[in-house]
Design a protein around this ligand. Structure first.
Ligand SMILES: Cc1cc2nc3c(=O)[nH]c(=O)nc-3n(C[C@H](O)[C@H](O)[C@H](O)COP(=O)(O)OP(=O)(O)OC[C@H]3O[C@@H](n4cnc5c(N)ncnc54)[C@H](O)[C@@H]3O)c2cc1C
Ligand code: SF4
Length: 585
């Protein structure tokens, strides 16, 4: 996969750039495709493959391009991941017979524990968390494998190119996307490397950006897609990959056999904070370990990163990790709203798929299978539209929403829809509620619990208790900047910050004064720092504080865009290719 937009038909756009195309009103180079896909995760890649399959079956030519903001496919993919192969079985029924597929570790033993500070109490594994028939994978590796398939079928894949904004046609429909300009300096002026963003026109554009997609967010607002659904809610997931040390591989205790799956709840979180851990033993001597905290947490002093580091000190986890070393670190937000938060999925000229739409099943902690299935359904309906002889954009593929509603995606999300919101009752009542919902009602309760946006849950610092986190020991727990160097994060430094404060004064004003600058704790990459500067006199009254944004550290997790209590932070795409460089996350 070469990085570059060198292929495909190219033309200059002569007409003035349409309404909404605010980056640049001058002429812009453009390329035309039948379908433009934004995002090279499981959803986008499945959509691309399905489109090409249908085109091949019908002996039609459908041009498809896929944009990925990471420097390569998989570079920004972070997941657990226990993978349910249902959608893959539908997409590539013969995948098991191929020699190069990356699903090398079948799920083995499942364990579900409640942790106290010293003990691990085994609980029955909830039915939706059983993993027989599933696989432990690196989702990044699966995406690279899918991308190679897509490319071999003729999909044009452009890694290193971020879709910076939707292209809005004069009639208000979406007609493609515009990639970000390259070579704009910190001061906003063009550098010697300036390259104007390109307009990629599509008769339909499939948005597959994953959780809290930046274009998806704009489109949901622009077309009022969420007006009939509950607000989306989120968690932040932090993950490390550990390599088993030499001589440690023969151990047979839990966590040491290939395919072992451990989930925990309880310590170190208090009973009012939703979250827990996962630990998956992959083949090839790797352990994937992670911690998820619901972003509806209340205490502004909570640091999801430090909770994760503390969690690894638990005797159960320390025992599993001893003799091994951390080789990778990263973080990513995930959707938790489920069934009741699914927005309208289509608008004139485009569709939302995967976690851009919010299809994650939080009770299972799985969203790759639903992401893939939604991508496939979108592809099928878009293909129908193209096959009907469509020559222009602007059409709304309404049938896609109908297909999703009737699919197994919505069926499975509906059955678990009350589990996550029940956790506002606290851990114990929620476990009781979930058991009743699951074992007695089997998910068919006649009610649906509601959500409140995550940023509204933060309490003011005057009512919150400070949390005293232990120092990192450098063996099991690590300070953030050391860990960050294991994410491969890189951004061109001379570019405008891609974290935009709508009102900069709020950050050191209301957010600092009322909420103790929570962005300095929830950001898993130390992007936000409050800097105190002495005045010339050295007197305390003369000191000033400012918020420093270390945008080059950003892991693209999107947590700040979600959790800022005043919704003052806007995450926009930086120059394409910037961000983490995950190998097997
Ligand atoms: C910690 C954690 C653990 C998880 N565990 C599991 C698990 O065990 N099993 C499971 O099935 N699921 C799990 N999930 C959920 C799963 O990872 C997601 O549901 C799945 O990745 C969604 O796929 P997607 O294609 O919609 O989005 P993503 O996988 O997020 O892919 C989106 C892609 O689009 C790219 N992109 C975004 N915006 C742009 C843009 N503007 N321009 C160009 N490219 C863009 C991104 O860089 C990314 O590569 C987990 C998630 C997390 C965070
Ligand atoms: S700046 Fe925002 S998106 Fe980037 S790592 Fe920090 S919280 Fe995540």
């Amino acid at each position: 996969m070469e990085q570059g937009l060198a292929t495909g038909a190219s033309a200059n756009v002569d007409e003035a750039v349409a309404e909404g195309d605010s980056l640049d009103a001058s002429q812009r180079e453009s390329m035309e495709f039948d379908v433009v896909i934004v995002g090279g995760g499981p959803a986008g890649l499945s959509a691309a493959i399905r489109l090409k399959q249908l085109a091949q079956d019908a002996a039609k030519d459908v041009s498809v391009c896929l944009l990925e903001k990471g420097s390569s496919i998989g570079a920004h993919i972070l997941s657990g991941a226990v993978f349910e192969p249902r959608a893959l079985d539908e997409l590539l029924p013969n995948w098991r017979a191929t020699l190069d597929h990356p699903l090398a570790t079948p799920a083995n033993r499942d364990r579900f524990c409640y942790l106290t500070a010293r003990r691990a109490i085994r609980l029955p594994t909830p039915p939706y968390m059983h993993n027989r028939g599933n696989f432990i994978i690196s989702l990044g590796s699966l995406c690279r494998w899918l991308a190679a398939k897509a490319e071999s079928m003729g999909v044009e894949i452009f890694p290193g190119f971020a879709a910076a904004q939707p292209h809005i046609e004069k009639d208000g429909s979406v007609g493609g996307v515009i990639t970000g300009d390259m070579g704009i300096g910190k001061d906003g002026a063009r550098t010697a490397n300036y390259q104007q963003g390109i307009l990629l026109r599509g008769k339909q554009t499939i948005f597959a950006e994953g959780c809290r997609g930046s274009l998806g967010k704009q489109l949901i607002a622009r077309f009022g897609l969420a007006k009939d659904s509950q607000p989306q809610t989120y968690g932040i997931g932090l993950k490390e990959l550990w390599e088993i040390g030499q001589g440690q591989d023969g151990r047979n205790g839990f966590g040491h056999r290939d395919g072992d799956i451990l989930h925990t709840i309880g310590w170190p979180l208090d009973s009012k904070t939703y979250g827990g851990s996962f630990l998956y033993r992959l083949q090839a001597g790797m352990i994937s370990i992670g911690f998820v905290v619901g972003l509806d947490y209340a205490n502004p002093y909570l640091s999801p990163y430090k909770e994760f580091q503390r969690f690894k000190q638990h005797p159960l986890i320390a025992g599993i990790l001893s003799g091994s070393k951390r080789i990778s670190y990263g973080a990513r937000a995930l959707n938790e709203g489920g069934y009741q938060s699914i927005p309208r999925l289509h608008f004139r000229g485009g569709l939302l798929v995967g976690c851009d739409a919010g299809f994650m099943n939080v009770a299972k902690i799985k969203g790759s299978h639903t992401a893939m299935k939604s991508g496939m359904l979108a592809a099928e309906e878009v293909f129908e539209f193209l096959a009907s002889g469509a020559t222009s954009s602007g059409f709304e593929v309404v049938s896609y929403g109908e297909k999703v509603r009737k699919s197994w995606i919505v069926k499975e999300l509906r059955l678990v829809r009350n589990i996550r919101p029940s956790f506002r009752l606290g851990l114990w009542l929620a476990l009781l509620y979930s058991a009743i919902d699951c074992y007695i009602f089997r998910g068919r309760t006649p009610w649906t619990l509601r959500h409140r946006p995550d940023h509204k849950h933060l309490t003011e610092k005057s009512r919150a208790k400070k949390i005293d986190y232990p120092q990192a020991d450098g063996k099991l727990s690590f300070d953030l900047l050391t860990n960050l160097s294991f994410s491969g994060v890189y951004h061109e430094e001379n570019q405008p910050a891609h974290l935009r404060l709508k009102n900069p004064s709020l950050a050191i004003g209301e957010v600092a004064e009322r909420y103790a600058s929570p962005e300095t704790r929830y950001c898993p990459a130390n992007v936000y720092e409050i800097i105190e500067e002495q005045g010339e006199s050295g007197a305390a009254a003369d000191a000033t504080i400012r918020l420093q944004i270390n945008a080059q550290n950003c892991l693209h997790c999107k947590t700040c865009d979600i959790k800022d209590p005043l919704q003052n932070i806007d995450w926009i795409t930086p120059e394409g290719g910037g961000g983490p460089n995950y190998e097997s996350m």
